[in-house]
Ligand binder design. Structure first.
Ligand code: AMP
Length: 554
């Protein structure tokens, strides 16, 4: 017997857009565009999205065609977020920080037919074009000055949508592709993840859950995470669904610019990678901007160092919500709210250890730890395994692959993240499989060492990498950025002594090198591959005074 409820499609034009243009039409959508703040509303954005749909249809874009964006976070980018999927085409967000060759590979692989380019990124796009192996996509320039002249047959966004008839959205099957995003791909070619309408709508509902990200109609969201990466953690669609107001910061993500926006525009909710918040914390300590409007900030994409969590809570009074996910998981997979099981009077250290964990799988995501043989590992908070996930917003395979492949074996997404899960279901990532330091048959967590090093008052950033070692296979090398005031006084020995009471002796790094900055990936994560290339062996001067043999006895 079937249930007798309506078979209502879980699509963006039926579930998300009507709320943005109806109930929440007056809610503000404000964007920093160069020097000025552009004020708009969900109603105006939805209205212009229909015109953009009309313009794209006139250019011959039809169901399934890929329309790319090469843009910062702004209202025009948001219009594309709504228009492209709603007309049955596929929104392909391109990472503007990749090298031209990488962008060209991705555009050709996805067979993009149109690309919407921010005026400030036009030169960067022009560097991609000669490398393309497909017919060049039609360029629509999202211009800041409508009178500026455009070269090379590009169309200007405003006159193009101004002249177009608003499009009536077609009926879509909820399994239709809505958007695609290529993984940042630290190894091999980038892989395309294709989100459906159904996955996007369900993910947006989860973002609104109290134990998801808890986004609501009372929120004003500062979306620092780029709209070119994993749909900005699903925030634009979730905000339209729940009626949250948006602040889109444009290209300047410097601490000064972001703090200025927070002071003037009073967001209640923000989201970004740890590097962003680390920069804001440093800025706050000197300039004391008023950040009191923030009720929370979501931090994810890399592990939150306990020191960052503590500083935000104790100094700024802004609690961090730690979230874990991947491009392949839409991206929200787990969130670290405190477990009710702890009760009211728990030890602050235990409390913080939960807040700094990767949290519990959100409703809709099933999570398992599997060992190398594909067998489940006990959830005892000790045994380590690879995080494997499945659910309605988890990728089942990559775009263009005939078969799901190893990564999706057994109907699970094998994430490459190694973790423990405790009795309450809280995940603690110990490392990426490729970043673990494999020493003498045991694993050393680079993430844990980094967290400890970054809690030292003289350390700004720290990345720990494995370097080959004849006897132990690999040994850890700590690459440390001192705080400006500590440049001259911080010594490797101090750091080793600082770590000594906190980790097993054989975990102590064999060496410490001081560097100017930890290299970052295009989405602001520590880029350890660059450090591994820079330090292929333990640098002679970096050796710490305790020998590995001594440590092995510890
Ligand atoms: P991407 O698909 O580029 O967003 O990268 C996803 C990867 O980022 C995950 O597989 C993790 O290794 C890492 N990651 C994301 N969120 C976290 C987090 N909260 N803690 C630790 N690592 C994270």
């Amino acid at each position: 017997m079937h249930g007798l409820m309506m078979d209502f499609p879980l699509t963006i034009p039926r579930m998300v857009l009507p709320r943005a243009e109806g109930l929440f039409a007056a809610r503000p959508v404000d964007s920093q565009v160069g020097e000025r703040l552009h004020r708009s509303t969900w109603g105006a954005v939805a209205d212009r999205a229909r015109r953009l749909g009309g313009a794209l249809a006139e250019l011959g874009i039809g169901p399934g065609d890929r329309v790319a964006t090469f843009a910062w976070n702004s209202y025009r980018h948001l219009e594309a977020y709504l228009a492209v999927p709603s007309m049955g085409a596929v929104l392909h967000t391109l990472n503007v920080r990749l090298f031209p060759d990488q962008v060209a590979y991705i555009v050709a692989h996805a067979q993009d037919r149109v690309v919407l380019v921010d005026r400030s990124l036009l030169t960067a796009w022009r560097a991609v074009e000669p490398r393309l192996t497909i017919e060049h996509p039609t360029v629509i320039v999202m211009e800041d000055d409508p009178d500026g002249s455009l070269d090379g047959g590009a169309l200007a966004y405003e006159p193009t949508i101004g002249a177009a008839e608003p499009l009536a959205w077609p009926e879509l099957d909820e399994r239709t592709a809505a958007a695609m995003c290529y993984t940042s791909g630290t190894t091999g070619d980038p892989k395309g993840v294709v989100y459906s309408h159904r996955s996007t709508v369900l993910h947006s509902l989860a973002v609104g859950l109290a134990d998801g990200l808890g986004l609501s109609a009372s929120d004003r969201v500062l979306v620092v995470v780029p709209m070119f990466h994993a749909n900005a953690w699903g925030l634009p669609y979730a905000a339209a669904l729940v009626g949250a107001s948006l602040i889109l910061p444009g290209r300047d993500l410097s601490p000064a610019a972001l703090c200025g926006l927070i002071e003037r525009e009073r967001p209640t909710f923000a989201a970004g990678v740890p590097t962003i918040w680390l920069g804001i914390l440093e800025h706050y300590r000197i300039h004391r901007p008023d950040l009191s409007s923030l009720r929370t900030t979501v931090v994810g994409g890399s592990a939150v160092a306990p020191a960052l969590m503590a500083a935000f809570e104790d100094e700024l009074g802004v609690p961090i919500l730690h979230a874990w996910g991947m491009t392949e998981t839409s991206p929200i997979g787990s969130t670290a709210h405190l477990p009710a099981e702890l009760g009211r009077n728990s030890d602050p250290l235990v409390r913080r250890s939960y807040l700094c964990s990767q949290g519990r799988a959100v409703s809709g995501v099933e999570m398992e730890l599997l060992d190398g043989a594909g067998q489940p590992v006990p959830h005892d908070g000790e045994a380590m395994g690879e995080i494997c996930v499945r659910g309605p917003w988890i990728a089942s395979q990559y775009y263009g692959d005939d078969q799901p492949g190893e990564k999706f074996a057994g109907g699970w997404l094998h994430t490459g993240d190694v973790a423990t899960i405790d009795l309450y279901g809280y995940v603690r990532i110990t490392d990426r499989t490729k970043d673990l330091v494999k020493s003498g048959g045991e694993w050393i967590s680079s993430v844990e060492l980094e967290g400890l090093l970054m809690s030292h008052p003289d350390v700004l950033e720290a990345a720990v990498i494995a370097v080959p070692d004849q006897r132990w296979t690999e040994r850890p090398l700590a690459c440390v950025v001192p705080r400006p005031h500590a440049q001259d006084r911080l010594r490797a020995e101090d750091l080793i002594e600082y770590l000594r009471p906190q980790v097993a002796r054989w975990w102590l790094p064999d060496g410490v090198v001081f560097i100017d900055a930890v290299p970052k990936t295009s989405v602001g994560k520590f880029d350890k591959k660059v450090l591994r290339a820079r330090f292929p062996a333990m640098p002679a001067g970096a050796r710490s005074s305790v020998s590995p043999q001594q440590r092995a006895q510890g």
